[in-house]
Design a binder for this molecule. Sequence first.
Ligand code: NCD
Length: 356
Amino acid sequence: MAKLTEIGWNEFTSLSLEAKRPYLARQDGMPYHTLFAQQFDRSLLERLCALANRIRFINKSKEGALYLKSVLAHKRAMLYFSQPSSRTFLSHLAACQLLGITTGSVRDAATSSEFKGESKEDSIRTFSSYFDMIIMRSPEQGLAEKMAWELSNSSRPVPILNAGSGKDQHPTQALLDVYTLMRSFENNGGVDGRTVVFCGDLLRGRTVRSLSYLLTEFSGVRQLFVAPDELQVPPDVTAILDRKGVAYEISGDLRACVARADAVYMTRIQDEWDSSKGASAKIDTHRFKFGAEELAILKPEGVIMHPLPRRDEIATCCDRDPRAMYWRQMRNGMWIRAALIASTFGFEESIMNCGY
Ligand code: NCD
């Protein structure tokens, strides 16, 4: 198994994401560091979803919940979030609590020594002195990867989980999105062959890039990208689809795409990335919202998803419709993150085979 200690930083960064995968994996194939969606293939996705289902089931009884709380009671995790977060922070925290992990957190770099001029590398090494895993979100693309390499080459390596890096990747969100799709379609044919519509800010939404990639692991999934021209899916995403021979379409017509959709994945306009204040507000986005009329067109077994937070891109009148999956999607995040964390520490097999 390739090790991150055996490759220099410059050589490592020049590899393709797929080629980086073995450097980040454990012996059992599960990720040690989780940095991007390209680390997961179909079999890993199925293993993780099976484990998430297992944890969910075990947790239903008090005895089972107490067993789960003992699994990682000897571990501590640091949640290092230097970008706003509600769900990703809380679901990782709740996942740690399910497994008995003690946690610490920094949610604002202004409260850490970074404010005094400490480098991010030194901050991360500080966290690794006290914790056994670092779950991190940062506005900086590639930072999680750099920190993973730094830690693996330090005297106290600990795994890094990327909980969102810049406009780039959000691998654990993609895991919960796939888990939600797998559960939504488990009794009617599965995810293969489905049509998934992505709508909103596809240019700057990191959840779209990560999920689009994971969907290529399913056969015959067609991806329809619906957005204003200014916010359409970037070429690095379509290049992967071209290379993998995945069918996709680029469109400006949400209703026409909803009529064909098995899943509609709405996203908000990511205006925090605007180069000049108010730039996004000048883009006409009114045709890229899901409301009562779109609901009327969606297939009876179709699902509506959203990584959240939402603004007005899904009308609240859709919230009680059984096809509105975004609430369950959010809770699924806790289970799949618990599965990923347990696997990162090597506890997949013992949880799968425990007596509960
Ligand atoms: C997303 C993110 O942070 O990229 N939120 C999340 O993690 N659930 C999407 C967003 O902020 O729009």
